[in-house]
Design a protein around this ligand. Sequence first.
Ligand code: SAM
Length: 302
Amino acid sequence: MKSPETLMLLHQDDTLSLHLGDVLETLASLPQESVDLIFADPPYNLSNDGFTCHAGKRVSVNKGVWDKSNGVQADFDFHRAWISACYRVLKPNGSLWISGTYHSIYACGFALQLDGWHVINDVAWFKPNAAPNLSCRMFTASHETLIWARKSKTAKHTFNYDLMKNGMWHEDDFIKKPEKQMRSVWASGTPKPHEKAFGKHPTQKPELLLRRIVIASSLQGDVVLDPFCGSGTTGVVALQHGRNFIGIDQNREYLEGIAIRRLKHIQEQVQACIIKEQLESLYALDAYIDESSIQLSLCGIL
Ligand SMILES: C[S@@+](CC[C@H](N)C(=O)[O-])C[C@H]1O[C@@H](n2cnc3c(N)ncnc32)[C@H](O)[C@@H]1O
């Protein structure tokens, strides 16, 4: 029997739903084939009481109880179960991204293969500012892998090729060359300080990485789902780019303490930009600048 604490809709409006609860139970409550894009950043199962280096100090690698391994078979069973649950809610032409390191990504890839998904790409996310290796007995881990998959080989997934090729991605990524095809190695640092303004999540993804994923593989008005949404990074980018967002996480502190506040702030910014556009179309910008200065500053124009 589920207690209210294990399955709860914490917030819902026209563009945003946030569910507090276990990923499997919550995915089972969503309608079949209702989602266009899924980005999943599941536990990497790397919290093994080891140590790493952060800001020049020796710190524990542990992220939380949720990130502990339960053994190879149990970890694989979990990954297979949530990936199957994603298959049910994803539309036939939708696509799924999964992030991971060697601790988890092979299990996720094998689950995808067993369940008949078709892998479109695997992307190496290179982290130029990765922490140094303390043991000096191996290479310094400085990348994560992103698998991008669709439900079948014949599915017509969204890929915004021109936006990837000709967008200004090279301004933040020294690997991407202007007006050249985007390749499958991306360089992006860890989240910027302003991305942590509403609180810190131990494994927060950079907005830059999610921006590329959301813009590459979804359209305006699409529904984007993140089944392990943590601090809401996927939602931030989805809302900024005119997509709708559904987030799931079992941790109340992450959802209430960070994600909701962060996402409501983005909704206010987006709303202000819509008002600005409406004002601009009605009046010359100069004539309206005083009255709309708050909205314009929120949009980053002033
Ligand atoms: C790697 S973090 C995701 C971080 C997120 N991408 C961000 O940018 O903040 C994984 C998240 O999955 C959540 N989680 C772990 N196991 C879960 C489960 N069984 N059901 C729901 N959420 C779970 C954790 O609370 C954690 O916030």
